[in-house]
Design a protein around this ligand. Structure first.
Ligand code: NOJ
Ligand code: CA
Length: 713
């Protein structure tokens, strides 16, 4: 039944009896406020003299976000001003939940909530703004309840402001409707235009223009307060970019539009995603924060036993290094999937997704404790995929003639290895939806339980952007349909994650940032993996593809050779600093066999954790983290630095008192250096306990990885 709260602006408080006892009446003059459970964060809400909603946030008694506007603009109605406060409801909640996988076996959700119900007249409009305050930050969202005068909304803009108070440091990437595969800038409000200009000609995707940047964004104030600004639970709505007013140190929401300029088509009742600010003066808290997951809905599935964290190798890197191998079976770009008789085409002889080669990867995986093998280029349609000459269609149930699905599955089963399916769509997302049922049925029939999806190119045939409402809906639809088939998903070129993997834990990873593959396409400086955990990773795990051992690379398509921004020891550390339930060992088996003692760490390292302790952290500089294996009493430590050498202090006081351990340390050799001597590492064993403090040398661009096992008596 529909409850009618208000009959009009003049009888605002007649609905009060409907609210809980904690409801307060408030007026424009009286701000409503709420604080975090520990009192460090305070949020105040009020209306200005035009009845426009404003909020502000303070941290440890200092203003962090000054009075900032809130509102939504639709073609049918505006929710911007003319409001009165009908009621303010406050509640608090302190619970825990158990993630299917992740950095912690249990996550605490301790928050206070304030729901401000607003009403505006002529025509009557109802809007609730719900704020949640945690010890580690703030989330708020707009809720449009069912109402008489507005049934649906063609949303043109969201008017959320974040008015910061000074010229803070910003760690950001350019606002782009289609991609987030950028290197990060460390800049400030005042230097942002310069920083953004340096990306000119960088991408073929559509940049939002102006001083627009993307979330997750990290800010650092002069008082060393860190703020991660992002969103949670992006469902049925476009992704949010941020327009920057560099003079006012202010950011405002910029929703990704469709080609007609419309941000979203909303049917009431509707709740927007949460706008999130993770806040702390200790950088380690930003990494440890689970705020974005806490603002997502609980797991949507009753049975999650089919979701299994895993490590994988792939018929993949062969296509990147040296540009010698291809996803395509033939070189004839006129070949059409389903029409061309591939048996009559001349194979190009450079197609690694062939049965014999895949079986070699299966053997390698089985021999080295790797759960699965990804195979790219197994299906028809690759001849023309990248040139976009005319045909951008793949078939997802039509293997190339040299890829024998059945015999590969039989052999993989016999060796206890899974094959990971690959669905590159070349951004033909509408066609992918049409094929989806068949594609997933094909996977079920052939024993596949995980798929890597991809959306390279401009979205056809809809001319949508990669992060507009339609694509946000599309990727969630794929994850949801996959769940119905008990399939795990790793999506590439999809909208950056917002914690939805709590609700859909089969959505085990996404790319949605510049991944390790760019070591063969321009390179990733060492600082890159020191900033991603503060930014991109707050929304969910990344399929970064660590494990690069041959770091001198021929560039993809260019024939140049250059040095990746890493040492081997650092690549091992990434398994800890870039946590994901789906971790690739990206390099070629032959490169791993050259360094079998270092590869032992990748064989051993788990991908699911009981507990995590961030020991040291500074954005874009360094990260040291310790994690407890979910299935044993082993701890693992990973430490990385930027291009500067560093001594990490690894305080093992988190170990249980009185227990003796052996630590196997995989470290940069004293003369290691990412550029000059990246493959120089040492492995040594030391006895440690809860009183040990290791001082660990990290080479320029280097790192260290440690396995700590209890010594049985
Ligand atoms: C881009 C993805 O990021 C990469 O991993 C994949 O190999 C190619 N697309 C081809 O699908
Ligand atoms: Ca990509």
């Amino acid at each position: 039944m529909r409850i009618k709260f208000f009959s009009g602006a003049l009888s605002l408080f007649t609905g009060l009896s409907l609210f809980s006892l904690s409801s307060l009446s408030a007026s424009a003059a009286t701000p409503a406020s709420i604080s975090s459970p520990n009192g460090n964060i305070k949020l105040e809400f009020k209306l200005d003299n035009l009845g426009a909603p404003l909020y502000s946030i303070s941290y440890k008694e200092k203003t962090l976000v000054a009075d900032s506007k809130l509102g939504l603009v639709g073609s049918e109605a505006e929710f911007i001003s003319g409001f009165s406060i009908a009621s303010v409801d406050t509640t608090s909640s302190d619970t825990s939940w158990t993630p299917v996988w992740g950095e912690y076996a249990s996550v605490r959700d301790n928050h206070r909530e304030m729901a401000v119900k607003l009403v505006a007249p002529n025509p009557e409009r109802l809007l609730t703004i719900r704020f949640r305050l945690f010890d580690d930050g703030v989330g708020f969202r707009y809720e449009l309840p069912l109402q008489d005068k507005v049934n649906y909304l063609t949303l043109m803009a969201e008017k959320t402001e974040f008015r910061f108070c000074d010229d803070h440091t910003l760690f950001c990437i350019p606002g782009d409707y289609d991609t987030d595969e950028y290197l990060w800038s460390e800049t400030s409000f005042s230097s942002l235009p310069e920083a953004l200009a340096s990306y000119a000609g960088h991408s073929e995707a559509q940049r939002a223009g102006g001083n627009t940047i993307q979330t997750p964004l990290l800010l650092k104030t002069k008082d060393h307060v860190y703020v991660n600004l992002h969103e949670a639970a992006l469902v049925g709505y476009p992704a949010m970019l941020l327009d920057t007013n560099t003079a006012r140190f202010s950011l405002s929401s910029h929703l990704v539009p469709d080609r007609l300029g419309v941000a979203g088509y909303l049917q009431l009742p509707f709740s927007t995603p949460w706008r999130t600010l993770i806040i702390s003066d200790d950088a380690r808290d930003i990494l440890a924060s689970q705020l974005i997951y806490n603002l997502n809905e609980p797991c949507a599935f009753e049975d999650t036993s089919w979701i299994r964290p895993m490590k994988f190798v792939g018929v993949w890197w062969e296509m990147f290094v040296g540009h010698k191998k291809t996803w395509a079976y033939s070189d004839d770009y006129r070949a059409k999937p389903g029409i061309t008789d591939y048996d009559k085409l001349t194979p190009n002889g450079r197609h690694p997704a062939n049965t014999a080669n895949v079986l070699k990867y299966v053997d390698f995986a089985a021999d080295h404790n790797i759960d699965a093998v990804l195979v790219e280029g197994w299906n028809q349609g690759w001849e023309d995929w990248c040139s976009f000459r005319k045909n951008r269609q793949f078939l997802f149930d039509a293997p190339y003639p040299d890829f024998d699905v059945d015999s590969i599955q039989r052999y993989a089963n016999s060796r206890g290895v899974k094959i990971i399916m690959h669905h590159e769509t070349a951004a033909n997302a509408a066609d992918y939806e049409r094929q989806l049922d068949r594609a997933f049925a094909f996977m079920n029939d052939h024993g596949y339980d995980a798929v890597k999806t991809g959306y390279v190119g401009a979205i056809i045939p809809r001319s949508e952007h990669h992060t507009s409402q339609w694509m946000v809906d599309h990727v969630l639809y794929v994850a949801d349909q996959a769940a119905r088939h008990h399939i795990m998903v790793d999506s590439h070129e999809a909208p950056r994650p917002t914690g939805l993997c709590r609700t859909y834990p089969n959505w085990v990873a996404q790319e949605s940032a510049r991944g390790g593959e760019f070591e063969s396409m321009g390179g990733n400086p060492p600082s890159h993996t020191c900033i991603l955990p503060f930014t991109r990773l707050k929304g969910g795990p990344m399929d970064y593809t660590p494990g690069l051992f041959e770091t001198r690379l021929s560039y993809y398509g260019e024939g140049k050779t250059e040095q990746a921004g890493t040492t081997i020891a650092r690549q091992l550390a990434l398994y800890l600093t870039m946590p994901s339930p789906l971790q690739m060992a990206c390099d070629l088996p032959e490169n791993y066999l050259r360094f079998p003692d270092a590869f032992k760490f990748i064989e051993d390292v788990p991908v699911d954790w009981k507990d995590s302790k961030y020991l040291e952290a500074e954005p874009a500089r360094y990260i040291t983290v310790a994690r407890l294996d979910k299935n044993s009493d082993d701890w693992y430590v990973g430490a990385i630095t930027d291009h500067n050498a560093r001594t990490a202090t690894i305080d093992l006081s988190f170990l249980p008192v009185g227990v003796k351990y052996e630590a196997t340390i995989y470290e940069d050799a004293p003369d290691a250096d990412w550029k000059e001597n990246p493959q120089a590492y040492r492995i040594r064993k030391v006895k440690v306990n809860s009183r040990t403090r290791l001082r660990q040398h990290l080479a320029p661009g280097g790192g260290c990885a440690i396995r700590i096992t209890p010594i049985s008596k």
